[in-house]
Design a binder for this molecule. Structure first.
Ligand SMILES: NC(=O)c1ccc[n+]([C@@H]2O[C@H](COP(=O)([O-])OP(=O)(O)OC[C@H]3O[C@@H](n4cnc5c(N)ncnc54)[C@H](OP(=O)(O)O)[C@@H]3O)[C@@H](O)[C@H]2O)c1
Length: 318
């Protein structure tokens, strides 16, 4: 599978990464029940098909996703780039809150290392801005963790340009993880150009809008404890509008012999700032389909058409 360098000095990542949120199982922001054996088979299928990076987070399944990832890559650690995240902690009732305080980050990294059964993390990311901690304090400790070798690259997620600027005053930001897909394009204006200019790698999340852009999404099949039951984009009237948008993409997907999901992932990877798209999967068949998003090229005029279709959809949705 094609690889791209993460930012100005990072390692080479495959353009498709494995997203491990859904395999965390049931919790407050989970995707309902998930069988661990199926998750392990799914991750291994992805690795066999050439994927070299996995994105997880401490909070996914309240630690469970990291444990499942560890099991899936047992005996294969050095061949896989593991990205995980800190900054969201939970209490005994499973309620989460932001915490990127330096003391907490130090203890969070130790917990992740234990769950991941490893002595280093390839990419450690602050999951969301913490309104209660000055970002400089958090970034200083992230920088120290890198110097100490506990983590090899450091990044952030869901940060805007002003927060990135503050981090860059202290040390290089290896990557940003933003949401990016045909229906979430607000980062195109300032964030993506800023990352490109400053050598910050971009690992795009939810390239198929958490399943909505697959062309197969059916809300009736979504478990009642799946966060999507309450997600804004999955509620009416948005859901019907979004699914109509997906229908409008089907003729183009058919032209290439692809699914809408594959077209949606390929479109994300067309942006020159993007290093990799992290694609979630809960079943081996899904990962098999998703990796085939990278074996074709969308023609220039079709890129323009997709930009136009999504642009006019987003304008009317405002
Ligand atoms: N940093 C952050 O704040 C943040 C936020 C969100 C996500 N992320 C990361 O990005 C990763 C990917 O995002 P995501 O999981 O939200 O969304 P996504 O990759 O857009 O969609 C993944 C979901 O779509 C469905 N799916 C996948 N392949 C399919 C296929 N071939 N056919 C039909 N359905 C398919 C699966 O759910 P069903 O089968 O249940 O429909 C799967 O869980 C996450 O796992 C996580 O690592 C990070």
């Amino acid at each position: 599978m094609q690889k791209r360098k993460l930012g100005k000095n990072g390692p080479e990542l495959t353009t498709i990464g494995f997203g491990a949120w859904a395999i965390g199982g049931a919790w407050l922001y989970g995707w309902g029940e998930q069988d661990d054996d199926t998750s392990i088979k799914t991750i291994r299928e992805g690795l066999d098909l050439g994927i070299n990076c996995i994105d997880t987070a401490a909070v996914y399944g309240l630690g469970h996703s990291e444990e499942v990832v560890a099991e899936a890559i047992a005996g294969n650690r050095d061949n896989v780039f593991i990205a995980t995240k800190c900054g969201l902690v939970w209490n005994s009732k499973g309620r989460t809150r932001f915490n990127s305080d330096p003391v907490s980050i130090r203890s969070q990294v130790e917990e992740s290392l234990k769950r991941l059964k490893t002595d280093y993390i390839d990419l450690y990311q602050i999951h969301w801005p913490d309104p209660k901690t000055p970002v400089e304090k958090s970034w200083e400790v992230m920088t120290k963790l890198k110097e100490e070798g506990k983590v090899r690259c450091i990044g952030v997620s869901n940060f805007d340009v002003s927060l990135l600027e503050k981090c860059l005053q202290i040390s290089h930001v290896d990557s940003l993880q933003p949401q990016y897909n045909l229906l979430t394009r607000d980062i195109e204006g300032d964030i993506l150009p800023y990352c490109e200019q400053n050598g910050i790698g971009v690992i795009a999340y939810s390239p198929m809008l958490s399943g909505l852009l697959t062309g197969k999404f059916n809300i009736a099949k979504v478990a009642k404890d799946d966060w999507r039951k309450y997600g804004e984009q999955f509620k009416e009237p948005n859901l019907t509008k979004n699914l109509n948008f997906v229908e409008s993409l089907k003729p183009m997907a058919q032209k290439y012999g692809k699914t809408v999901g594959q077209l949606a992932i390929a479109w994300v990877l067309k942006h020159s700032a993007v290093t990799s798209a992290i694609v979630g999967a809960r079943h081996p068949d899904q990962v098999k389909e998703n990796v085939r998003a990278v074996d074709f090229e969308i023609e220039k005029e079709d890129i323009l058409k997709l930009d136009e279709l999504s642009g006019s959809f987003l304008d009317t949705a405002k």
